[in-house]
Design a protein around this ligand. Structure first.
Ligand SMILES: C[S@@+](CC[C@H](N)C(=O)[O-])C[C@H]1O[C@@H](n2cnc3c(N)ncnc32)[C@H](O)[C@@H]1O
Ligand code: SF4
Ligand code: SF4
Length: 455
């Protein structure tokens, strides 16, 4: 029989196996540790040969039991079109249901599931809202190029992440493709069975590179589109022609079966353009993600937050449009939930090796040049302290009726007030409007003291 498709990756977490098929964009959960069984199908094999290999490993197990396991695995793979050579027609579907389960499960068990790698801060665009402040800091980022993690260091890091059972690796920047070794890095991630996501504006990618990307089992390629009107998008990025280039890349990747996501950062400047971007995404076969506020810059400059939409009406209008097309939902949260998901099942690594819970929450928990990721994940005192905090620890939030829907970000709080637990106005506004959209102050099924959800 044929071997497993290159688009399939899987990880065993305790007594469960999570499987992702990035071509069909489907996820599966098997309530048994079957990774070793699936390993048998990584090469072309026959059911008999697979059984022989399994029997050699488990001499004490009756042969009929092993034969039944092999047959069940083979038919599961065939029935779900997880074998190489399967053709797949139609637009990719979203895999949110099970991946949300994977998220919740790994958060609860404190298992490292996802990592975000900022591979450089250099970028050819100059987006007005960018938290990296490219207009002001590009010379510093260019000078810091020598300090960026080398190809070998990043590949070594990917080896460590794969050994720790990480499923999902996101590469971002700056612009990841300013690095001439980016394809070597991606090929290495692919060879380690990691599911790859990329945040990129795409403008440095030529057509032959797009074909290479399509072969890398990408889970998703994300690009920001700030308007459906080329001149308006280009005004925001500061690069003439960037709209045409980005849209060409997104369309080509989507045609080649890659799952593509548009990010739309809502600002005063582009607040009328969300419906146009949604329509463009629909034509390309992409999903859309709304980023409804502009965060302060990484070094704490807050002026860019004023680029965000001012009126509640505009903000609500955009959230409503997004709610209509998205299956994404956050909350309701319980007071015993972590403040946010950062660092619970994920970590972020900056271009110079600094590890933080999230790239928006610059709370240093180690550096990969000094300690292994495993040592940081399991041993960092600062990370343990952060993980022990819950929504109860937020300051000045007692009695708040909106907190079941509050997406408080400790990174934003840290930059606005210097205190990562201090409530801030934009979190309150977003939570209040989300509740208002649901037509209630307290979301259904939520009681203030006890809303722990079972998985
Ligand atoms: C920093 S960029 C890096 C990857 C790539 N250069 C790109 O633009 O997609 C990652 C994402 O962050 C978004 N972003 C940048 N600055 C932001 C800010 N201040 N607030 C919210 N989102 C921001 C960008 O629009 C983009 O979608
Ligand atoms: S393309 Fe991305 S990294 Fe570059 S300036 Fe724009 S948001 Fe920032
Ligand atoms: S909405 Fe405001 S007051 Fe309520 S939990 Fe969030 S930050 Fe605190």
């Amino acid at each position: 029989m044929s071997r497993l498709s290159d688009y399939v990756t899987y990880r065993e977490y305790h007594d469960q196996t999570f499987i992702l098929d990035t071509r069909q964009h489907l996820s599966f959960r098997i309530e048994a540790p079957v990774a070793k069984l699936l390993d048998l199908f990584r090469e072309d094999t026959t059911a008999e040969a697979a059984l022989e290999r399994l029997a050699a490993r488990h001499p004490a197990v009756p042969r009929q039991v092993l034969a039944d396991d092999v047959a069940a695995a083979a038919s599961f793979l065939a029935d779900n079109r997880l074998l190489a050579g399967e053709t797949y027609e139609g637009s990719p579907r979203e895999a949110h249901t099970n991946t949300r389960y994977f998220q919740r499960y790994t958060i609860r068990e404190k298992l490292l599931y996802a990592a975000l790698l900022e591979v450089t801060y250099r970028c050819p665009e100059r987006c007005v809202h960018c938290y990296l402040e490219p207009a002001a800091l590009s010379e510093r980022y260019a000078a810091d190029r020598e300090r960026e993690l080398t190809t070998e260091e990043i590949c070594g890091l990917l080896d460590q992440l794969a050994a720790l059972n990480v499923m999902d690796v996101t590469f971002t920047g700056g612009e990841p493709f300013v690095r001439s070794d980016m394809f070597d890095i991606l090929a290495h991630a692919h060879s380690k069975g990691l599911a790859i996501q990329i945040f990129s504006n795409g403008i440095l990618l030529e057509d032959p590179n797009l074909q290479r990307l399509a072969g890398l089992r990408l889970l998703c390629f994300h690009s920001s589109l700030y308007s459906h009107i080329p001149e308006k998008h280009d005004q925001i990025t500061g690069v003439k022609g960037s709209f045409d280039k980005t849209v060409h890349v997104l369309r080509t990747l989507s045609e080649q079966g890659v799952y593509v996501n548009f990010k739309f950062v809502l600002m005063e400047q582009n607040k009328e353009d969300f419906p146009g971007v949604i329509e463009l995404a629909r034509r390309i076969g992409a999903s859309v993600q709304l980023i409804s506020s502009v965060s302060p810059s990484a070094r704490g400059a807050c002026a860019i937050t004023e680029l965000g939409v001012r009126s509640d009406e505009d903000l609500m209008g955009a959230i409503k449009q997004w709610n209509e097309i998205s299956t994404f939902s956050s909350g309701p949260f319980s007071l015993d939930d972590p403040i946010c998901e950062a660092g619970q099942n994920s970590l972020s690594i900056d271009p110079y090796g600094t590890v933080t819970p999230c790239n928006a929450f610059r709370y240093e928990v180690g550096n990969v040049r000094r300690r292994s990721i495993a040592a940081i994940w399991n041993g960092s005192r600062r990370l343990k302290k952060w993980r022990a905090m819950t929504k109860r620890d937020l300051k000045d939030c007692q009695g708040c009726l909106y907190r079941a829907r509050c997406c408080f970000c400790p990174g934003v709080a840290q930059k606005l007030s210097g205190d990562m637990l201090q409530k801030y106005g934009e979190a309150c506004r977003q939570a209040r409007l989300q509740c208002a959209l649901e037509g209630r102050a307290v979301p259904a099924g939520y009681s203030l003291e006890n809303t722990k959800e079972t998985l």
